[in-house]
Design a protein. Structure first.
Length: 214
């Protein structure tokens, strides 16, 4: 008996998870000043605790901070989300209200972020403001964000095709990492005497309307 199997049309990959990586142009013209503003806020505000274990988490008003008037964070994040909507849907042109919230994170040696999701949002992202080369850190995957495989039951049985249950991304200054808000993610601790600064944000899509095609 013979089996017909065309890998070009008969092999399917279902339920993939889109992850976007965007790079800010002229990074050095922006990130040092953003880091300075965030550190100044930390010195004067207690911060809040969410997924962060140690470190500092600002309130959700960072996009309205007057000291960050030199960069339009709303436009930056909205642009990234719009690009992801376009490439992950059948609608290259559309109109939508993209509601945003954002906050600053400062992690230092020993601090980390536990595994979590962002309910009632469609997309979540992180903008890396100040990072370090953690390659010499003895902590495994030090300072990395880890995206967790959403197919929980797949870990019940080891198979040759099984992928790691978490995928790590090194923080790169000036990059934006964007992923579905339902995807579990966490941030690893590190032991180096350094400061890791990022801005996290959520996006909720309202009143979506695809543009009419002619």
């Amino acid at each position: 008996m013979k089996l017909k199997f065309n890998t070009k049309k008969d092999l399917l990959h279902l339920f993939s998870t889109p992850i976007g990586i965007f790079s800010l142009e002229d990074t050095q013209n922006y990130t040092p000043r953003i880091a300075e503003a965030i550190l100044a806020r930390e010195a004067n505000e207690e911060g809040i605790e969410r997924s962060n274990k140690g470190g500092w988490h600002s309130d959700l008003t960072i996009m309205d901070w007057p000291e960050l008037g030199f960069i339009d964070l709303r436009s930056l994040f909205r642009n990234a989300v719009s690009k992801m909507i376009a490439v992950t849907s059948e609608h290259k042109k559309f109109k939508a209200d993209i509601q945003l919230e954002a906050w600053a994170n400062i992690n230092r040696a020993g601090s980390f972020n536990s595994s979590h999701v962002h309910p009632e949002n469609h997309w979540s992202g992180v903008f890396y403001v100040k990072t370090t080369d953690f390659s010499d850190d003895p902590v495994r995957r030090a300072g990395c964000i880890e995206l967790h495989d959403p197919r929980g039951p797949i870990q019940m049985l080891i198979s040759p095709s099984r992928q790691p249950d978490k995928v790590s991304f090194k923080p790169v200054e000036g990059n934006i990492l964007l992923f579905p808000a339902w995807l579990y993610h966490s941030v690893n601790t590190f032991s180096l005497d350094t400061t890791r600064i990022s801005i996290a944000f959520n996006a909720r899509i309202e009143h979506f309307k695809a543009a009419e095609t002619k």
